[in-house]
Design a binder for this molecule. Structure first.
Ligand code: CTP
Ligand code: CA
Length: 228
């Protein structure tokens, strides 16, 4: 039988990929989370391993099986994800932040289970912003020449199109590449197919890709290799 193997064009490179969605505790049994499945991050890790890279996959609350030949570091919160990504990134050539990282976490996490009030009173939750891991990885780089890649899920709104928002984010974040994913209308989260535009740090389009998460993953590594 004919065995198809991917070109080994990432051989000799160490890549770090974050995947999944963080959970920020409210008390021992509750958290603030998001709906990220981790599938795009896992596809990125699988594609990189198939192309010969040494892969560290920092996985936040993902239930998928570990891809072959990939070192998985499980994490739960955005703070744990930050520590694990930074530790792995110290000797990495490329870091891809595909995880959906909480922007806010509860200001405090109760040590014991929060109980409801008998009188049915409403309750406010105080939130504090988390560290922007991608922005922090981008300036200054943990390692000279390290390539940093971010993801952005966007919808168009009254302020601008998906691409307008993506461009502004690309310029703000300081990463080398930003993979902009159009979400809403059945695209993006939890779906098999993706529609992405890959921007550079100036917000200029370097590639477009549509297809499965595996197709998108390979397009991202192609764009990384074009950067050197
Ligand atoms: N990201 C991160 N740390 C955070 C929040 C986001 O590293 N605390 C990363 C994500 O992993 C992704 C990129 O930043 O690669 C863009 O995330 P996104 O949520 O689209 O951008 P934000 O800057 O958080 O802007 P907003 O949610 O307000 O659109
Ligand atoms: Ca965000």
């Amino acid at each position: 039988a004919l065995v198809r193997t991917a070109p080994q064009d990432l051989a000799g490179r160490h890549v770090v990929v974050s995947a999944g969605g963080t959970r920020e505790p409210l008390d021992p049994v509750r958290y603030l989370g998001n709906r990220s499945s981790g599938r795009q991050g896992y596809a990125l890790a699988r594609a990189a391993a198939a192309r010969g890279a040494q892969v560290t996959l920092v996985a936040a609350n993902v239930t998928l099986p570990a891809p072959d030949g990939v070192a998985v570091v499980p994490v739960e919160t955005s703070a744990e994800l930050r520590d694990a990504v930074r530790a792995a990134a110290k000797d990495a050539d490329v870091v891809v932040m595909a995880a959906a990282v909480a922007d806010f976490r509860p200001a405090t996490s109760a040590e014991t289970k929060i109980k409801k009030d008998a009188d049915g009173a409403t309750r406010a939750l105080e939130l504090v912003q988390t560290t922007d891991i991608l922005a922090e990885l981008s300036a200054p780089r943990l390692r000279a020449g390290q390539l940093v890649v971010g993801f952005a899920a966007e919808t168009g709104d009254a302020e601008g199109t998906v691409l307008d928002h993506g461009r502004a984010k690309a310029r703000r974040k300081g990463a080398d590449l930003l993979v902009v994913n159009a979400v809403g209308g059945g695209r993006g989260f939890g779906t098999a197919d993706n529609d992405v535009t890959i921007l550079d740090g100036n917000g200029d389009v370097v590639a477009v890709a549509a297809g499965s998460k595996d197709d998108v993953a390979h397009a991202v590594w192609d764009a990384v290799l074009l950067r050197g």
